[in-house]
Design a binder for this molecule. Structure first.
Ligand code: PEP
Length: 258
């Protein structure tokens, strides 16, 4: 198997305006930087709310730390214009390397479907942004054994129409909805099994090399106490962290991944 770097991404969700975001970043960044400096194979990506990106970017410029990047939590696919409340790929690119797309909260509360997510994925790639595309089944689907068929559809539709280069540049986050923010993480074995299936699905779409190159993360109630279980599995390349990303726990997660 191919050795992939580990990615630990933090999705702050709707927490921390510019002032709090700057002070939290100032506090945690020296610790994160110490970890990534000693472990160049780990990459950490911090994803604050859009309004706080500039404030966090400023702190990161003042305290350079290797392999720590900035990401947005969402964006629109259009270039510019009359799209009130939205931010464009070009705007995100000014400050970020990465953008989370199709998070289950976007899909659920804001009615984003696979077709829209696919447009955003293509826009991100066309602007040189690294998309982290989230997929995952809900509890009813999980309990009725529909996880694989549901996720296969999400992957096929959300990740359609990439060219050969783009197909190697994405990150997928497998986030079972029943595990997000519930404190009930998937078992590491169960997560690895679904992630293996995602890689298999992706192989059928874009070939073995692309499937071996992309990172696939697990997300859902990851903490400092359980991260080691997940990254011990070969198919799990890191984690997308919600609740624990706005606590000192985030540094512990990164440390245990390194
Ligand atoms: C998420 O929302 O991406 C997530 C994984 O949340 P949590 O870690 O809080 O379950």
């Amino acid at each position: 198997t191919i050795a992939r770097t580990a990615i630990i991404a933090g999705n702050w969700k709707m927490n921390f305006g510019p002032k709090q975001a700057a002070s939290f970043t100032s506090n945690i960044l020296p610790t994160l930087g110490k970890i990534t400096r000693a472990n160049p194979h780990v990459l950490s990506i911090i994803c604050p709310p859009a309004i706080s990106l500039a404030a966090v970017h400023e702190v990161m410029e003042a305290m350079p730390a290797p392999h720590i990047e900035l990401g947005a939590q969402n964006m629109y696919f259009e270039e510019k214009g009359a799209f009130t409340g939205e931010i464009s790929p070009e705007m995100v690119k000014e400050l970020c390397t990465t953008v989370i797309l199709g998070h289950s909260e976007r899909r659920g509360y804001f009615h984003e479907n696979d077709e829209l997510v696919n447009k955003k994925v293509l826009a991100a790639l066309n602007h040189g942004l690294r998309p982290i595309i989230c997929v995952g089944e809900n509890l009813a689907q999980y309990e009725s054994g529909k996880t694989h068929s549901f996720i296969e559809t999400q992957i096929q539709h959300s990740l359609a129409n990439l060219d050969a280069t783009q197909a190697k540049q994405i990150v997928i986050a497998y986030e079972p909805i029943w595990a997000i923010g519930t404190g009930k993480a998937a078992t590491a074995e169960g997560a690895n099994q679904v992630i293996h299936f995602i890689r298999h699905t992706y192989t059928a779409m874009y070939g073995q090399t692309a499937a071996d190159t992309i990172h696939i993360l697990y997300g859902g109630s990851v903490t400092g106490a359980n991260i080691a279980d997940f990254i011990a599995y070969a198919d799990i390349d890191g984690a997308l962290i919600g609740g624990s990303s706005i606590k000192s726990d985030f540094a512990e997660i990164l440390q245990k991944t390194a």
